[in-house]
Design a protein around this ligand. Sequence first.
Ligand SMILES: [Zn+2]
Length: 148
Amino acid sequence: MLAFLLLPFLALIPAFIASSKGRSFFLWWLYGMALLIFALPHSLLVSTNVKVLEKKSIEDGSMRQCPSCAELVKVEAVVCRFCQRDLPAVEMAPKTREKPEGEMLILMEKHGMHFDGFNYHYNGQEFPTFRAALEMAQDLPVTWGRER
Ligand SMILES: [Zn+2]
């Protein structure tokens, strides 16, 4: 019984390991829920999805691609560690990032929006989904990250 209660938490372990290797956190959590004994060693052995991790590090601004050899180098690097060529200077402008939804929710609540369990209400209007309310929230007098 206790093991049954702990399973969702134990299943987080392979999920975290796999997601650190660029794999789906949710799918690996499900896998852990179903077959923890297999999922755990599998998550340790599974190959790293380099493409996903590279994409992530470019997106979060910690890495960039060398224009000469196309290898990933640190954003701060001035010389490519792969081809030894000089890298163009980057303007370290703060990246405009999408605000996390939690942060948006707080802002929306500040603007009088509330959720009644079925719909989001704001300004006498109803929004069936958080997304829809979020779209409307783009017009609120606060600047946030642009939706893609
Ligand atoms: Zn290079």
